[in-house]
Design a protein around this ligand. Structure first.
Ligand code: HEC
Ligand code: HEC
Length: 283
């Protein structure tokens, strides 16, 4: 039963949120939002979360790579969570659903996934919090760091990661026209060029990752994944939920059609412009 592992994870997340989020030290909630963001940033780069003391959130969500990585997939250390391509966190505060299957809705909940005992960090959060005692960045807190404060701070920091500003030049206009002629905007529209919905592309072969089906259990959701935000795509190759596409020809093949070299160039320039990359030459 594919839903079972997911439900287990849900229970774990709910359990952690209810015990940890419920037992918040009220005094910590009084710190101002700048202090929260600073704390969240420090926690994002903190390696003491991981069992070996080597991995932080930034290990996978690397600031120099749009808070993503060049790996094909990451995670998947437990049978509950499939290995997937790491999404960029730029503009993550505006996303309707989190993760490729939309199984998580808040940044606070999301951070519990790598942090629970079987997650990427391999250390129970309570132990990690013990290890963090005495860290200089905790000095502004009114009480000891609890899991709720840590999750809220991580969320507040991630909300400051702005989506790229598009460059509205001629390449953008040419790309937009091509994009609309080819009906791309029927799914890639709205904030970040995504409808926030889930679709199975015709070229996606059945694999171990059931996609949205893991969450809804509906047969039509098998192998459907969240329409990705396109404004960070060019910054975080490879593409698609499992990083199976190395280039735009492969991305388009997954969508069920071939593009000519000229079209590839038009699309590449469009993806660059919406990612805020200016690059001189035209085909
Ligand atoms: C081992 C690599 C790894 C580590 C460490 C890691 N992540 Fe992730 N992160 C991923 C992968 C892979 C996904 C996609 C998961 C999915 O779709 O199911 C992801 C997804 C996310 C998302 C959802 C983004 C979106 O667009 O939906 C957020 C937010 C996030 N991670 C924040 C964090 C935070 C905060 C930490 C530290 C507490 C962290 N991550 C640690 C690999 C990692
Ligand atoms: C039916 C909805 C739909 C339409 C129409 C559509 N896409 Fe997509 N697109 C998706 C989904 C869903 C994914 C992710 C699929 C996956 O990972 O399995 C995706 C992935 C992508 C990616 C990879 C993004 C990344 O960061 O991994 C690019 C680029 C892209 N689409 C461009 C286009 C272009 C260009 C068009 C028009 C020619 C188009 N799409 C039409 C739904 C759509």
């Amino acid at each position: 039963m594919p839903l079972k592992p997911f439900l287990k994870l849900c229970c774990l997340v709910c359990f952690l949120s209810s015990c940890a989020l419920g037992s918040a030290d009220k005094k910590n909630e009084d710190i101002d939002s700048t202090a929260y963001v600073a704390l969240g940033k420090a926690l994002f780069f903190e390696t003491a979360w991981s069992n070996q003391g080597t991995i932080s959130c930034a290990h996978c969500h690397r600031p120099a790579l749009a808070y993503s990585d060049t790996l094909r997939v990451a995670g998947g250390n437990t049978k509950n969570v499939p290995a997937r391509n790491i999404p960029s966190l730029l503009g993550v505060g505006q996303k309707q659903h989190l993760n490729w299957d939309g199984g998580v809705h808040t940044l606070e909940e999301q951070a519990l996934i790598p942090l629970h005992a079987d997650g990427d960090f391999g250390l129970p959060p309570a132990k990690a919090l013990e290890r963090l005692k005495g860290k200089p960045y905790l000095q502004d807190l009114n009480g000891p760091l609890d899991l709720k404060t840590a999750m809220v701070a991580l969320a507040k920091f991630q909300e400051t990661l702005q989506a790229p500003k598009p460059i509205l030049d001629e390449d953008y206009q040419i790309g937009l026209e091509w994009f609309q002629q080819n009906q791309c905007h029927s799914c890639h529209s709205g904030s970040g060029w995504t409808d926030g919905k889930f679709h199975r592309l015709p070229g996606i072969e059945p694999g171990p990752d059931l996609g949205r089906y893991r969450i809804t259990g509906l047969p039509q959701d098998s192998f459907a994944f969240r329409t990705p935000a396109l404004n960070t795509s060019w910054l975080s190759p490879p593409f698609l939920h499992d990083g199976q596409a190395q280039n735009l020809n492969e991305v388009m093949r997954a969508h069920g059609f071939e593009i000519s070299p000229t079209e590839r160039e038009i699309l590449q320039r469009f993806l660059q412009r919406i990612a805020g990359i200016a690059d001189g030459k035209r085909p």
